[in-house]
Design a protein around this ligand. Structure first.
Ligand SMILES: Nc1ncnc2c1ncn2[C@@H]1O[C@H](COP(=O)(O)OP(=O)(O)OP(=O)(O)O)[C@@H](O)[C@H]1O
Ligand SMILES: [Mg+2]
Length: 223
């Protein structure tokens, strides 16, 4: 089947193609030559397993993710449902900002609220995403009212510790603030909804987030 390259990252490539008559996404991980081949094969395998497991786990808790159609450990590929007409939240924000939408407008406050609720549910079920960015969240038409669809779980884990959940949120906070200008209120709204939606556990995570931020700042200052 013909494959069309969608993205090429440091870890692998993402293609669109068709598979048993369906439009699918193939994520292929390739070897890292600087690693020992045995270790590399093991890490690649773990990433693929983590990704497939988390995608299925999310669906079982009612969190939207692409369906997993196939996992192949000889080619290091995973075949996923293609989410038709989807846009990444990153591009959704860029487009809306280009159309002169202020980051503090209701469209974005609603979006922040939806992300906050989705992540509260993810963490309530002890799923740590590991790479939360606006490129790893999709929207489908009608974009303004779409559910959040989470993707790219290669660095995910299952963990109940508030620390790991706080680091997950910290990664997202840094990613949003550095990718999208004027998003302080957006992040604030996202975290406040996360805290309300996630109850006692989420409150602990938000407390812990302060410590994680402080460590992050020290690291920036002292290397
Ligand atoms: N199931 C899907 N449906 C539609 N588009 C997708 C899907 N999965 C991925 N994409 C698109 O491909 C891009 C890259 O996918 P993904 O984030 O999974 O890979 P990656 O960032 O290269 O992964 P990794 O960090 O694990 O190497 C996404 O940002 C999105 O635009
Ligand atoms: Mg990604």
């Amino acid at each position: 089947m013909n494959r069309e390259l969608l993205t090429q990252g440091a870890e692998g490539r993402v293609f669109t193609t068709s598979w048993l008559g369906q439009s699918v996404i193939v994520k292929q991980r390739f070897p890292k030559t600087y690693r020992h081949p045995d270790l590399d094969a093991q890490i690649t395998r773990e990433r693929i397993k983590a990704e497939a497991r988390a995608l299925v786990r999310c669906r079982s808790f009612g969190i939207r993710t692409p369906a997993v159609y196939d996992v192949d450990f000889t080619t290091n590929e995973i075949v996923l449902e293609e989410i038709n007409d989807s846009v990444t939240i990153r591009n959704f924000i860029y487009d809306a900002v280009n159309k002169l939408q202020s980051m503090n407008s209701p469209v974005f406050m609603n979006l922040a609220e939806k992300i906050g609720k989705t992540l509260a549910k993810l963490h309530a079920n002890n799923i740590i995403h590991g790479d939360l960015t606006t490129s790893n969240m999709l929207l489908v038409p009608p974009y303004d009212t779409s559910d959040i669809i989470l993707i790219d779980f290669g660095l995910s884990s299952v963990d109940e510790r508030p620390e790991d959940k706080a680091v997950d949120l910290y990664v997202l906070e840094r990613a949003v603030l550095s990718t999208h200008p004027n998003t302080e209120l957006f992040v604030q709204q996202l975290l406040s909804v996360y805290k309300t939606a996630g109850g006692k556990v989420a409150a602990e995570v938000i407390n812990r987030l302060d410590e994680v931020r402080m460590r992050g700042r020290k690291k920036l200052c002292f290397g």
